[in-house]
Design a protein around this ligand. Structure first.
Ligand code: KG4
Ligand code: ZN
Length: 357
């Protein structure tokens, strides 16, 4: 019997220090996440410098906790996969440097993973039957993108936000409403008690780019509404604001995803990213997709928000395809999607240069 491939996945691109052990790209042996939410909550958002420092403190205990939970040691690990971008540069460097240290000390392959790709791989983790090409909607605090996944490590960007990300719109409005950080879960909770038609909000379109998103107009409309009430010394009905905002964001996401499916002819849609934890979005996309004969895949919420298991799953498939990275790999705050294949080639060059020299 072939030996199991156990990948250690490390994620530190923003405010979660996360490590996971995944066997053969689908069996989660441990998925440890240490959230920094309490640290950043008083500031209403992530403070990059504080995030990096907290990752430095937590990375060793979090990896050790994951190994302990899985009942493994580093001797059992086949390769180390790590988010190399995009994200907060200081935060990324902590996870990457630690992953490099393990790879170097244990002579293990190092695999760099793009954060958006990792979110998409949460679907492959849960639905190993998923076959490319398929469509993915990635919605998080930093990204809102429609992607045609051509194969492992092979992505075509169909559309993305031209301004704020969907999660960012939730976070900013939640902060104004005094709901704390992160805003998405708070908006979702409050929205359950509100009327989604209470505010008439715009559905911004990007001229000539039907698959692109724009959320800043929506955010401004809500802020203007709140300011008008404030001037009249009236209190907003926060539940109505939350429900209306959530509905407007969901409508924008679902409409463009359906259009992308129609244009590309793709029949499978994989939802990903922190905002994919939102019940309203999950349900709306499933219902609208089913009406059009689309299969909508949605990972459980804990695999939608940042975690190490999705990174490990990507690492498993990248290793299979030879997309390993050289130990000179650097973190990149605005890393382009699909960089992993090029790192594989860099690794090859280095190896052959090493051998001949
Ligand atoms: O993917 P993620 O954990 O980190 C980034 O890569 O950004 O996504 C975090 C974002 C935040 O904006 C957060 O408010 C949002 O996802 N989020 C949600 C929910 N849970 C997290 N938004 C709406 N509803 C939720 N249940
Ligand atoms: Zn994320």
């Amino acid at each position: 019997m072939e030996r199991q491939q156990i990948i250690l996945g490390i994620e530190t691109s923003c405010d979660e220090t996360a490590a996971a052990l995944v066997a053969d790209g689908q069996h989660i042996l441990a998925n440890t996440i240490s959230s920094q939410v309490d640290l950043h909550a008083i500031y209403g958002g992530v403070v990059p410098e504080l995030a990096s420092r907290r990752h430095v403190e937590l990375i060793v205990p979090v990896v050790n906790a994951a190994l302990k939970e899985a009942g493994l040691t580093l001797n059992d690990v086949t390769a180390v996969a790590v988010t190399a971008g995009p994200g907060l540069i200081g935060a990324l460097l902590v996870g990457l440097s630690y992953a490099k240290g393990i790879a170097l000390a244990r002579s293990l392959p190092l695999i760099g993973v793009h954060h958006i790709a990792a979110h998409i791989y949460a679907n492959w983790l849960v639905y190993p039957q998923l076959r490319a090409p398929f469509l993915s909607l990635v919605v998080s605090g930093g990204h809102t993108s429609l992607i045609q996944v051509e194969g492992h490590g092979c992505y075509q960007l169909l559309g993305s936000t031209v301004d704020d990300a969907a999660g960012e719109a939730f976070d900013k409005i939640a902060r104004t409403l005094g709901l704390g950080y992160p805003g998405g879960p708070a908006i979702e909770r409050l929205a359950q008690e509100g009327d989604p038609r209470a505010l008439s909000l715009p559905q911004p379109v990007v001229k000539g780019q039907p698959l692109d998103f724009s959320f800043s107009g929506l955010k401004t409309a809500v802020l203007n509404y709140l300011n008008r009430l404030h001037q009249r010394q009236e209190q907003p009905n926060k539940a109505d604001v939350a429900a209306s905002l959530q509905q407007a964001v969901i409508t924008s996401l679902v409409e463009r995803t359906l259009l992308a499916a129609e244009i590309t002819g793709l029949k499978q849609v994989a939802l990903a990213g922190g905002v994919a934890a939102n019940k309203g979005l999950r349900q709306a996309l499933k219902t609208a997709g089913a009406e059009r004969g689309l299969e909508v895949l949605v990972p459980p919420p804990v695999l939608c928000t940042d975690n190490g298991a999705m990174v490990a799953c990507a690492g498993y498939w990248y290793l299979k395809h030879g997309f390993t990275a050289p130990l000179s790999l650097n973190a990149t705050a605005n890393l382009p999607l699909g960089s992993e294949q090029a790192w594989g080639k860099l690794g090859e060059k280095k190896d052959s240069a090493g051998k001949s020299g």
